[in-house]
Design a protein. Structure first.
Length: 509
């Protein structure tokens, strides 16, 4: 997975400054969307996590709008040959600003750079302010983020045949509605912005954005969750599309809503169960659908957008990674392990990973795509799987910056592993965290050696099935602990400080 990510970097010269970030393999451009998502895995290997965020902040519009992407390379070869500096914003998009804030947060997390944070925080605030107020982005009647009728988070909308090809423009005839992914993304960005303001001791702004997040969560969950999953598109403009079961459409931002924190535990469980059920019912190679059931062939204006292709029902490792991360966190640990094993088999066969596959497992090709996403180093999917592996199975979550506050939840019991050695670190700062895990089933004992420069650690250790901790020692001394249950999974929880190395022993019965 790291090899894939290393192949998905791009360097540009903008105003005489080197700008580096993560890109989609299908275009010679730096999209803040791709960079933000891939950075969840790329932050471990890339020393420059700031220049892309700074570049997009420097070109922000006065009203807070952020560009989608920048490039200095010809994009549409062979008809385009000009190596202009080209900045683009797709008007129907409502996800750019919250992804920009997420990218800024991840860059701060990997560096702990307070001075840099102070420089970009105003841009982050303006970006969310734009989403929160602009008539193209905010539905005042429901106080939620809105967008034109796209397939989930993608960048072309339904026009009922009024456009000759894919449409990216807002018009007087636009079909408006609420897409759950925009609201989970806005919610997460508001939560992260509140954290960033707390980091600079601005409690007034922190409190404001925490309250904004709380309101969005309450309203979105009440309106958009249908009891099984989040409704794909809650219509504000009446429109009927013949030939599709819109009420049954399960779209890719559902597991994202879990990982972004919008979904409550109960909602998360319902969504995970829905995906497992569809895994059995569809017969597809995986349940990682961009959307299912798909829309009728070609109705968005491109004949290649048939059912089962690309965002119209293709199988995306991006969705699988998000599902696995959500499964680990909400008591479906073995499901998460199964997804990681399946992806491991997929990439081991050829050393390749694609943005999407047909439901029968056939990889996408240039000929079957609306753009050439057929290059075999998909950063979206591989970074999502790495995210699930590191934070889900290995269980290392940085809850601040530089691994100074860590939630450590090793879940090796779900994978049947008796020994593991894990270390992760940020290339930008050198900060890291790791542990050695040893499970001695005969002695009914699990030993952990935690390693960090200086960290407060909240340890949440998954116990073997049908067991419960009887004692915990921290550096040889008995310490208080708590039992936690997530669905049917049992954890033991204990907090402590780590400076250098600390040995923890958990005995169970």
């Amino acid at each position: 997975m790291l090899d894939f990510l290393q192949a998905d970097t791009i360097d540009l010269l903008i105003d005489g400054k080197r700008v580096r970030g993560f890109r989609s393999p299908d275009t010679p451009a730096l999209w803040i969307r791709d960079h933000s998502d891939i950075l969840r895995g790329g932050k471990y290997i890339e020393p420059d996590v700031q220049s892309a965020v700074t570049c997009f902040a420097d070109t922000q519009a006065p009203n807070g709008r952020i560009f989608d992407y920048v490039t200095t390379f010809p994009e549409k070869k062979p008809c385009e040959r000009e190596n202009w500096e080209k900045w683009v914003r797709v008007p129907v998009e409502a996800d750019v600003e919250y992804r920009f804030v997420k990218a800024a947060y991840l860059a701060w997390q990997a560096t702990g750079d307070a001075a840099w944070l102070g420089d970009v925080l105003p841009a982050c605030r303006r970006a969310l302010g734009y989403l929160h107020t602009h008539p193209w982005r905010w539905d005042a009647s429901n106080s939620l983020v809105k967008r034109p009728y796209t397939i989930d988070t993608w960048d072309f909308d339904y026009t009922a045949g009024r456009a000759p090809w894919l449409n990216f423009q807002v018009t007087d005839d636009t079909f408006w509605g609420l897409m759950h992914g925009d609201n989970s993304g806005f919610y997460e960005a508001a939560v992260l912005l509140a954290r960033l303001y707390r980091a600079v001791s601005n409690e007034e702004e922190a409190g404001h954005w925490a309250e904004v997040a709380r309101g969005v969560q309450e309203r979105a969950n009440a309106l958009l969750f249908n009891g099984r999953f989040y409704t794909h598109f809650y219509k504000l403009t009446p429109v009927t599309i013949a030939g599709v079961e819109e009420a049954e459409q399960l779209s890719l931002s559902n597991p994202m809503a879990i990982n972004r924190g919008l979904a409550t535990h109960a909602i998360a469980v319902a969504i995970l169960r829905e995906y497992r059920q569809r895994r059995q019912a569809t017969g597809a190679v995986a349940e990682w659908f961009s959307i299912t059931p798909p829309f009728p062939d070609g109705i968005f204006g491109d004949e290649k957008l048939v059912g089962g292709a690309y965002v119209n029902g293709g199988i995306m490792p991006l969705v699988g990674g998000e599902l696995a991360r959500a499964a680990f966190e909400h008591g479906f640990e073995r499901y998460g392990v199964d997804i990681l094993h399946q992806y491991r088999r997929m990439i081991a066969e050829r050393g390749e990973t694609y943005l999407w596959y047909f439901p029968d497992g056939t990889p996408s090709t240039v000929e079957t795509s609306t753009s050439p996403e057929a290059t075999p180093t998909d950063g979206w999917g591989s970074s999502a799987m790495l995210y699930a592996f590191v934070e889900g199975l290995c269980g290392i979550v940085d809850e601040g910056h530089s691994f100074q506050k860590v939630r450590c939840a090793p879940r090796w019991a779900a994978a049947g592993e008796e020994e593991a050695e894990v270390r992760v670190g940020y290339a930008a700062s050198g900060a890291g965290f790791g542990y050695r895990y040893r499970h001695d089933e005969a002695a009914r004992r699990i030993r952990l050696a935690l390693e960090a420069g200086q960290a407060h650690v909240a340890l949440h250790l998954l116990m073997p099935e049908e067991s419960a901790a009887t004692s915990v020692t921290w550096q040889g001394e008995s310490v208080p602990f708590a039992h936690e249950t997530v669905e049917t999974s049992r954890y033991v929880a204990v907090n402590g400080d780590v400076s250098g190395s600390v040995d923890v022993e958990v005995r169970y019965a």
